[in-house]
Design a protein. Sequence first.
Length: 228
Amino acid sequence: MKFTRLAGYGGVAGPVLFTAAWVVSSLRQAGHRAAGVQLSGLAAGDARDPQLMMTAFVVLGGCSIGLGAALSRVAAPRSAGPWLVMAAGAATAAAGVFRRDHMLLMGPGFTGESWHNQVHDVVSAVAYGAMLAAPLVLGRRFRADPNWAVLARPIQVLALASALALAVFASRAVEPWNGVVQRVAITLALAAEVLLAARLLMLPLTSPRPGPATPALGPTQPTPPLSQ
């Protein structure tokens, strides 16, 4: 089960690398506060080193797709949860490819959104929705699985906390700290993904299969002599 092990490592590495990328990229935007630009804006054409965040989106998406595929094999083969993880990964990668036009949402000289900016908005919404739904669906499924029940409540709590933070972010009620709220929301959602990947790595790759029952041997009886 080399794929399962590799997917588990990717499920940890993807969120960690994505977080490191936005921290570095946030600090490199001259003239803006570290959290003054939304994560998607860090990959925009007028951002400094946008390739860093574009790559981070694609890497995170690929790692999430692999994790979802592994979960569909070993954890919840008939559940929608792994497919939601894969959908979130595909949408995340697309958000990096079809990037936003500008770092900021509004400003002088903005004449309308390009087609790839509009695609970015759609796939970002899909990524957010699938990223939040997946832990809720998986948590419900895991309650009956002794190998995964320990994660059922934590990943659901993280998903609900992330959803609450995203609701605050969408309302713009805490401007100018909206960028901080978005980063908190994404970090909570990615923490759930890391927990899933870590649990995948902790479980044995294969479970021993019981062999055919062997009848108990009684006392050895002497072999009767052959008749002459």
